[in-house]
Design a protein around this ligand. Sequence first.
Ligand code: SF4
Ligand code: SF4
Length: 77
Amino acid sequence: MPQIVIDRDQCKGCELCVHACPQKILGMAKEINAKGYFFARVEEQKRCIGCRLCCITCPDLAIEMHVHGTMVHYFAY
Ligand code: SF4
Ligand code: SF4
């Protein structure tokens, strides 16, 4: 099962990933991160289909997908 990991302090709260997720399993926290933004979080991990749209959409590369314990890379800067 894919595991989505969001770096809360890397997130700027733009909500692009929330709207990109076809399963609608991402949402915004009610707390703020170190930068003062409401950050994205995974609300129903078990419904994730591993489509990667959230990872690709995030402009700040704050989202990683792990499959069977291995991190899947999408961008190499
Ligand atoms: S991989 Fe796809 S289904 Fe899973 S959280 Fe990201 S956008 Fe949603
Ligand atoms: S797309 Fe990235 S920066 Fe924007 S809310 Fe999602 S995790 Fe945060």
